[in-house]
Design a protein around this ligand. Structure first.
Ligand code: G4P
Ligand code: NA
Ligand code: NA
Length: 189
């Protein structure tokens, strides 16, 4: 998606070969117009897949996921990274983030996923895919169908990309990074 790739080229800061900083339009300040274009792009790609629910993870997945919710006209659920005292009955999975070198309990209240749901998972980044595996476990527990995966920015050389492809999910990344260093970001065409 050209608009997203151009935004990354203009405003992205490569911290090291594993971390791209995009806090001016995605992870801190949010470009709402760009998020709307992102949702339009995902809608064009997945509109015939009978999606009944959008699923994402807090916090940075929520903005693009909500705009997808508008396009698909379905509810948006986000995985929580802490277990709130108000949740009494939840699907849970332990996620270890290599990026942050810590683990957390991902949870979704059982009221918000069920065996009739056909889910599109949306997230801002795909790296090693640890968060994705937690989501996959939660969806399996709920007996919903994980139909498709939409990622804004993937670093295709990390493990998450191959994992999702090997599992056979319908997959779309709007910006696929092949490699990056302080001077350059190379996108897969
Ligand atoms: P991991 O297995 O390598 O730990 O990666 P995972 O995909 O689970 O991502 C862990 C966190 O790091 C996620 O955010 C993800 O969005 C973020 N992340 C991964 N790679 C990059 C990157 O290159 N740049 C930036 N800016 N973030 C990256 P999170 O900690 O779950 O939280 P939030 O930002 O969504 O609140
Ligand atoms: Na994220
Ligand atoms: Na993030």
């Amino acid at each position: 998606m050209d608009a997203l790739i151009n935004k990354i080229k203009n405003e992205g800061i490569v911290i090291n070969e594993n971390i791209l900083k995009v806090d001016s339009f995605l992870n801190h300040q949010i470009d709402a117009n760009l998020m709307e274009e992102v949702a339009e792009e995902f809608y064009n790609y997945f509109k015939n897949d009978n999606i009944t629910k959008i699923l994402t993870i807090e916090s940075s997945g929520i903005a693009p996921a909500v705009l997808c919710g508008l396009k698909f006209n379905v509810p948006v659920v986000f995985v929580k990274k802490s277990v709130p005292s108000t949740i009494t009955n939840a699907y849970q999975a332990t996620v270890h983030s290599y990026t942050k070198n810590k683990s957390y309990t991902a949870s979704v209240d059982k009221r918000f996923l069920n065996d009739e749901d056909n889910i599109l998972f949306i997230d801002d980044f795909l790296a090693n895919g640890e968060a994705f595996r937690g989501v996959e476990s939660i969806v399996q527990q709920s007996k919903a169908n994980l139909c498709a995966v939409g990622i804004l920015i993937e670093k295709a050389y990390q493990d998450g990309h191959a994992y999702i492809i090997n599992q056979g999910y319908k997959f779309k990344a709007l910006a696929s990074i092949e490699s990056m260093n302080e001077n350059q970001i190379n996108f897969i065409k």
